[in-house]
Design a protein around this ligand. Structure first.
Ligand code: PBG
Length: 335
């Protein structure tokens, strides 16, 4: 009687699986596939141009013709999507190039969708590559004389850019500026223009970060004065990030993003658990460059480290990984 309820056998002890490769595959918790990847690409004017980006080895600023070739390679590798950034010939205070019908991104989208229709084209919707001052919006003088980004005036430009991208054939638009109310403004404008089915991937939790350094060389978009701290978030604030994500979802975001990735994986997990939305991480330029630099010095094994990083993104809850390693990872997964 007194034996009832007592374990009959020694209690199960955690036991390391003597894993053969097949067994390891069978019990692996986290799966990474090329389907998760998005490759960011930079496009500029000219013909036959592939200008290397020094701080991001293996990445280039492509002219439209070269971009199309690269898009084909990416699609063949099984990567489902690219994220396009444009470098206009001319910049001005109103970011005119961002929403011009024949702007660099609009032209590039048409060319890629024409040549490689199966490849999803996501466009970055932001003004910083197009403004002479390098800020993400319209700059105004405040009453106290200080220069500031005018949130509401910027919304109009962002909405115009998003519609111009959709008209060119973009499959998804991705606002990266962090102005308040931009998702709602873009959603309204897209719906009105007949693009109710074009999804919005919002950079919902985007932090002011030192990890964007190399990108600003790549996209030629460093702010010419001040910094982006008035509209990007403080890395100390995790609860605020969740509030930002909630707002973007309420405004109509279809996919939400956390950016940068590596130092913010706690937030990827919280966002995924709290909202259950398709969640993207942006493995940003600085995260790429630091591994590249160490690998070039022979200090670490790039492939091993990159696969570990990608797996960690998936383990944290990311469905979509935007990464400059997309091509390499797809290739390695296929070997
Ligand atoms: C700007 C934008 C930035 C990145 C993507 N969109 C830079 C910034 O906010 O300063 C960074 C991407 C990267 O570092 O790889 N709208």
């Amino acid at each position: 009687m007194s034996d009832l309820g007592r374990p009959q056998f020694p209690a199960a002890r955690p036991r390391r699986l003597r894993a053969t490769p097949a067994l390891r595959r069978l019990v692996r918790e986290t799966r990474l596939s090329a389907d998760n990847l998005v490759m960011p690409l930079f496009v500029r004017g000219g013909k036959g141009v592939r200008r290397p980006i020094n701080s991001m080895p293996g990445n280039f600023q492509f002219s439209v013709d070269e971009l199309v070739k690269e898009a084909r390679v990416i699609q063949k590798l099984g990567v489902p999507a690219i994220l396009l950034f444009g470098l206009p010939d001319k910049k001005d205070a109103k970011a005119s190039g961002a929403y011009a019908k024949h702007g660099i991104v609009q032209t590039a989208v048409r060319a890629v969708k024409d040549a490689v229709p199966e490849l999803l084209v996501i466009t970055d919707v932001c003004n910083c590559e197009y403004t002479s001052h390098g800020h993400c919006g319209i700059v105004r003088k405040r009453r106290d004389g200080a220069l500031d980004v005018d949130n509401d005036a910027t919304l109009e430009l962002l909405a115009k850019s998003a519609v111009s991208h959709a008209e060119a054939g973009a499959d998804i638009v991705a606002p990266s500026d962090m102005m308040d109310g931009r998702v709602a403004a873009i959603r309204r404008a897209l719906d009105k223009a007949g693009f109710a089915n074009t999804p919005i991937m919002s950079y919902a939790a985007k932090f002011a970060s030192g990890f964007y350094g190399p990108f600003r060389e790549a996209a030629d978009s460093p702010p010419q004065f001040g910094d982006r701290r008035t509209y990007q978030m403080d890395c100390a604030n995790g609860d605020e990030a969740l509030r930002e994500v909630a707002l973007d979802i309420a405004e109509g975001a279809d996919i939400v993003m956390v950016k940068p990735a590596l130092a913010y994986l706690d937030l990827v997990r919280r966002v995924k658990d709290r909202f259950g939305y398709p969640t993207a991480v942006y493995n940003v330029s600085g995260e790429f460059s630091m591994v590249k630099a160490a690998a070039e010095k022979g200090w670490l094994d790039e492939r091993a480290v990159v696969m570990e990083i990608m797996t960690a993104f998936r383990r944290s809850g990311a469905d979509i990984i935007i990464t400059y390693w997309a091509k390499d990872v797809a290739r390695w997964l296929g070997e």
